[in-house]
Design a protein around this ligand. Sequence first.
Ligand SMILES: C[S@@+](CC[C@H](N)C(=O)[O-])C[C@H]1O[C@@H](n2cnc3c(N)ncnc32)[C@H](O)[C@@H]1O
Length: 355
Amino acid sequence: MHETQGFFKTKMDKYHSLFSADSFFRLDNGDDSLFYKKDRFVSHLDSVALATVKKVIAELIVEDHPVILDLMASWDSHIPNGLQPSRVVGLGLNERELKENRALTERVIHDLNKEPILPFPPDTFDAVVNTVSVDYVTKPVEVFREVGRILKPGGLFVVFFSNRFFPEKVVKAWQEAGEEERIILVEEFFTLAGCFDDTSLFVSKGRPRPGNDKYAHLGIPSDPVYAVYGEKKGGDPARKKRPKVNLPFGEKPDPREIEKGKTKVKDTLECPYCGERLKKWLVPDNPFCQTWDNDYMYICFNDQCPYYVRGWDHLCSEGNRGMSYRLMYNPEKDRCHPIPVPSPKALKEGIVEES
Ligand SMILES: C[S@@+](CC[C@H](N)C(=O)[O-])C[C@H]1O[C@@H](n2cnc3c(N)ncnc32)[C@H](O)[C@@H]1O
């Protein structure tokens, strides 16, 4: 379809209908190079999430000895062992952090918000990786278009993000969006840039937080990892294909053992997937639960249960982003069912009996 026949006459019409004049303002609209002058040799995600970023990069960069740009780089580019790039350029704002980054072969200090151009010739890179930084970009469509210019045809652009950020430097559109909407924002940046084929999405959510993490005592899961990725248009269809990333998590329990466990739930009240005792849960009085006659159910609230942990990947692969399910036992019917949950906290307010 010709663009002018669509609902939006031009990509810029769409841009203006989606974003208001102040969508890309920040609490601190001051010079970014001053903010990033301070060294931050910190990890912006927990170790499980960082390992996930590495694994996704390992899956997606299929080129031999690729030329990579780490866009908005710091001291760690999350380049997996075994990738053997021929060149890794890091573009960022803090010179000392870039100097400490052992993966880099070149370092470029450049403020993308002052000048949304990338100082490289066209068709230079096999892959551009942007990790937990897209939320600080004030002219994202211009920058994405530039990424399209400097990538080789068929080259990969992968944008990773999570739910943590520097509040004073994040743009308003990101700050105000929920996690689901942030995926849509990044997908829109790709679309509006106009130089990429359709994007794909990877989501990793709800994985157990590492026990030695400084926030482990809070009982929150590992930081979520979202990756929206696409290829620059015009790639050679005969070249090696990039896989659709799928990193199933957790041991897959033996199906025969699970079936055996299900027949015993009535007596044991133990989850057939993890063996943990189910918790008595008060059925809420709302229209979604009206089909259940009983007042109580039993639910497995173990955040490490393989049924629940693998559910995030499983539902995402079926198009239900950002959802998992817990195992629920209906004592009236003596049956186990999945009950969907959007977050690790969901349903926990209904627990009436800690077993
Ligand atoms: C949260 S850190 C992420 C660093 C790194 N990508 C990582 O995965 O750890 C954000 C990075 O974006 C870079 N950055 C922020 N604003 C920038 C700008 N206007 N132009 C270029 N780089 C910028 C900073 O140098 C900083 O290292």
